[in-house]
Design a protein. Structure first.
Length: 107
């Protein structure tokens, strides 16, 4: 497989979207070889791939995906999206709208 290959068939089944393809791959035992139909550079071709095991962690390049992950500040989220937090934002917006109206009226 190469980047930008488009998979149109997996085994003997047509592939219509990436979710369907993911489910097909997940339901295939590791080590099984599967023929897939791809479009590469505008041309169709069959290739055979061997399904591997899912890695314990996903990696992007050499860095672990989760290395720099930070959990969100839940207290901030609760405040930001609480009814009081939203009410404060609406009040600020109303104030800004009033100021804009006054500026437009004075011009």
């Amino acid at each position: 497989m190469k980047r930008r290959d488009v998979i149109t068939e997996y085994g003997k089944e047509k592939v219509t979207n990436s979710d369907q393809l993911r489910d097909m791959v997940i339901s295939t035992f590791p080590g099984k070889e599967v023929k897939i139909l791809i479009i590469r550079d505008g041309r169709e071709r069959w290739i055979e791939v061997k399904i591997g095991k899912k890695p314990k962690y996903s990696r992007i390049g050499k860095e672990e995906t989760w290395r720099d992950f930070q959990f969100p500040d839940l207290d901030w989220l609760k405040q930001e999206f609480s009814s009081e937090g939203i009410k404060e934002k609406l009040e600020k917006l109303e104030e800004q709208i009033e100021k804009l109206k006054q500026r437009l009226d004075s011009d």
